[in-house]
Design a protein around this ligand. Structure first.
Ligand code: C2E
Ligand code: MG
Ligand code: MG
Length: 565
């Protein structure tokens, strides 16, 4: 038997009893209540849930439409049927419009049971559709792995919480937690283990929340906390609690795991009252905490300006590459015997939208740390090949490009270079790679494989900044290099008559069959001395300062052109 909780809005006890009897006969286990005043209806709705309401259309102390209006305020979905002796066609249509599901004449109650059945069925399907919709909405705003709010919902909640905080002149704390070494867990134990760690951690973090707090998963191993009514001190306290929860030992398949995290803190109003700004500052603080191994750190615009600047740049690098903000300046390398231009060295620059033109010291290290140096190198390499191809009326001159250790450790790099050369229709001899000796020492076998492949292809290789590293020339002899660049610290000593190192380097390099370039030539004396010592080529501000492709092409056009080695 189906239970039916029936709410009757009916002034006649007899009519009500008749309806109950009719439904009971059809097999319903009816519990019913009869009301005939607004107060009675409100109280009944308040008291319990009802499956269906059946109302008389005209009652002395209450009208059916008023009853419907009152009921809809309470429950927009509950099945509602009018039963009436007097209802006319147009009144019935009006009643349906105000939200009744059906109407039945008192004279033809045989329609009652099928109408009730149908309305119950439809109410059920409305309910499950609603539930499915709610589930979809939930999925859009929650992380499937941990069921925590996701980045979208966090942003929303943070926005509202900030508005409320401002209105009430209350502080609001924001924490960003990033796990240390989580990738190692994923790599060594597998993604499933990693997932379980995140789920366990999510449960711990959720247990820390007070009323009104939000914890969200921003993605990967990154979480955020929104803490209303929390100032800097409170946020630091919360950060310590979070770190304790992360630190607590965790056993996975009988194996104890060590988890550590870094927390960045920012708060309103000190650090801003905009969700994006606050998130960015908490993120920066988190990087400071992580790189300093501090556990947690508060955003501090003055104290760590340098660190902040670096970290901001780090986050902007990827975007900068995508938007083509990187380019090369070029500096000619000129033969000391004939004065001809051997090649141009490509020196990377970042045209940063707010900070202006940045030198490589500001971003090459960051690009190496983030792994973005490989795409950056390829993008720039392609540009350099295009700019000196000789195809657009300009000169065709070999380009020397500096390489980072990462590129040489990537076994796919030589093929990528071959591909670029093919697409730009350039010979391998149009390219020189400059590498520092320490770069080769850092991972000998893999770097050697790469270097040999490039050398076989016909790309020239130069040892950059020679003399400041630790390698002996006899070690360099084993490398497939063609050229040696003497570091500018030795070249600058020449003017003062200190030429012992430069002289012996040139002699030894020549004995090994290498050509020698002096870098950082800043005066006529240095240039003349290098010439006397038999140095092959020179580069430096005295000869030509680095400049844009256009500037250096003009400079080259003013020199004599022929025979380059
Ligand atoms: P490097 O390869 O030794 O480049 C020569 C540096 O010396 C350049 O600095 C150049 O502007 C500077 N220089 C040239 N002539 C003179 C001179 O007469 N006096 C003095 N004092 N300096 C001179 P820059 O452009 O700041 O580059 C610095 C370093 O950044 C480069 O040293 C190179 O190691 C690295 N680098 C530049 N571009 C790239 C790149 O695309 N990729 C990689 N991985 N590293 C790059
Ligand atoms: Mg160089
Ligand atoms: Mg150098």
């Amino acid at each position: 038997m189906t239970r039916l909780r029936l709410l009757l809005i009916e002034d006649s006890e007899d009519d009500a009893a008749l309806l109950v009897r009719e439904l009971a006969r059809a097999g319903y286990d009816v519990t019913s209540e009869r009301v005939d005043t607004p107060e009675g209806l409100a109280a009944a709705l308040e008291r319990q849930r009802w499956d269906i309401a059946i109302a008389d259309y005209t009652m002395p102390r209450f009208s059916g439409t008023a009853a419907l209006t009152l009921l809809r305020k309470h429950d927009a979905e509950m099945p509602f049927i009018f039963v009436s002796g007097t209802i006319g066609e147009d009144v019935a249509v009006g009643a349906m419009r105000t939200g009744a599901h059906d109407y039945i004449m008192k004279g033809s109650l045989k329609r009652l049971v099928p109408a009730v059945e149908r309305e119950l069925r439809e109410a059920e399907s409305r309910f499950s559709r609603k539930r499915a919709e709610a589930r979809l909405v939930h999925l859009a705003y929650h992380d499937t792995l941990t069921d925590l709010p996701n980045r979208v919902l966090l942003h929303d909640r943070l926005g509202y919480a900030l508005l409320a905080a401002e209105r009430a002149s209350e502080p609001l704390g924001l924490l960003i937690l990033d796990l240390d070494g989580f990738k190692a867990i994923n790599d060594s134990l597998g993604h499933q283990a990693g997932d379980r760690v995140l789920q366990e951690l999510a449960a711990r973090l959720r247990a820390l929340l007070r009323d009104g707090d939000t914890v969200a998963r921003l993605g990967g191993d990154e979480f955020a906390f929104v803490l209303p009514r929390t100032d800097g001190d409170g946020a630091a306290r919360a950060a310590r609690e979070v770190l304790r929860a992360v630190d607590r030992s965790l056993v996975l398949d009988g194996r104890p795991l060590e988890l550590r995290g870094s927390v960045g803190i920012a708060w309103c109003p000190e650090h801003g009252s905009d969700a994006d700004v606050l998130l960015q500052k908490a993120d920066i603080a988190m990087y400071v905490a992580k790189s300093g191994g501090l556990g947690y750190a508060c955003y501090a615009p003055d104290r760590d300006r340098h660190a902040h600047r670096r970290l901001t740049l780090m986050t902007e690098l990827r975007d900068g590459i995508a938007r083509g903000q990187f380019s090369f300046d070029y500096q000619p390398i000129v033969s000391l015997q004939s004065g001809t231009v051997w090649s141009v060295e490509a020196l990377a620059r970042w045209d940063h939208p707010r900070q202006g033109r940045l030198p490589p010291a500001e971003f090459i290290g960051l690009a190496e740390q983030t792994g973005l140096i490989e795409p950056l190198t390829l993008v720039l390499l392609d540009k350099a090949l295009a700019e000196w191809s000789g195809r657009d009326g300009g000169p065709s001159i070999p380009v020397a490009v500096n390489l980072s250790p990462r590129s040489l450790r990537d076994p796919g790099f030589p093929d990528q270079v071959a591909d670029l050369l093919r697409r730009r229709q350039r010979l391998a001899s149009a390219l020189v790679f400059e590498i520092t000796e320490n770069l080769i020492l850092s991972d000998t076998t893999r770097s050697m494989t790469c270097l040999s492949r490039l050398h076989e292809m016909g790309v020239k290789l130069a040892i950059d900044d020679y003399g400041i590293g630790y390698s002996s020339l006899s070690y360099l002899r084993r490398l497939p290099v063609d050229r040696l660049k003497i570091d500018r610290s030795f070249v600058s000593g020449l003017a003062a008559g200190d030429d012992a190192i430069v002289r012996s380097t040139i002699d030894l390099a020549h004995n090994l069959g290498l050509t020698v370039v002096a870098e950082g030539v800043e005066s006529a004396e240095a240039r003349d001395r290098l010439q006397e010592l038999g140095c092959d080529a020179a580069q430096g501000n005295f000869i030509a300062k680095p400049g844009s492709a256009t500037d250096i092409r003009r400079w080259v056009a003013r020199q004599d052109a022929p025979d380059r080695p």
